[in-house]
Design a protein around this ligand. Sequence first.
Ligand SMILES: Nc1ncnc2c1ncn2[C@@H]1O[C@H](COP(=O)(O)OP(=O)(O)OP(=O)(O)O)[C@@H](O)[C@H]1O
Ligand SMILES: [Mg+2]
Length: 257
Amino acid sequence: MLELKEIQKFYNPGTVNEMCLFDHFNLKVEKGDFISVVGSNGSGKTSMLNIICGSIAAESGQILMGGRDITRDKEYKRNVKIGRVYQNPAMGTCPSMTILENMSLADNKGKFYGFSRGTNKSRINYYKEQLRQLNLGLEERMDTKVGVLSGGQRQAMALLMSTMTPIEFLILDEHTAALDPKTAEMIMELTDKIVEEKELTTIMVTHNLRYAIEYGNRLLMLHQGETILDKKGKEKEEMCVEDVLKLFNEISIECGN
Ligand SMILES: Nc1ncnc2c1ncn2[C@@H]1O[C@H](COP(=O)(O)OP(=O)(O)OP(=O)(O)O)[C@@H](O)[C@H]1O
Ligand SMILES: [Mg+2]
């Protein structure tokens, strides 16, 4: 279980540009939840993920993971249990390293001197097996530098790499946004498969309302740092893209857009 309790987040505190994004924000994520998060640009989605992962600190409030207070834990420490995939496929992989080196690096996340340990023959076969399920032929190109791969190929690798160690939480920030429709579909199906197989508790930010409706057991909409929609289980299943669009339109009229 993951819980954000009474989170307050200011940007540029104490300056003329001070902005309060979250004012006593709360979120309770149950084990096994797959939450789709939608919301307009600037509504606080990435900031929420950054606070969960420890990439930015909140001014006040508490973050609990499995009942343990992790509010003061550094990002690298939280990352042992969290896998994250970003919008930009370049973020999750290292371009100057080969496919093999990238897989090995991910496999040894959090370990010292892990890099050399990761490259024995049986491990290489394991990486190839993992890559084979992508159906992109990457298992035949282990010595290719990742920098020459396409965005979709890199994102597929980023997803594999972020879920290779035994994590509990998967954090996805518009991870299909930079991909063409067919590749985006492939990455979404792969995401769903990995989430189910590894029983990952997942938070997926997306602007693709169809994905938000189709995937996951819970749907959140953020607006100006607040949750304005939270539908679970059957209630979520009954929602359609038009319902979410309607809500989007209502809030943008309210904001004068
Ligand atoms: N480092 C920062 N310094 C100042 N303001 C910031 C910073 N990061 C985010 N903000 C502001 O906080 C608000 C929320 O930003 P955030 O990136 O969380 O939005 P988002 O919902 O992820 O938007 P998008 O859909 O465009 O990715 C925005 O108004 C943004 O300008
Ligand atoms: Mg964002």
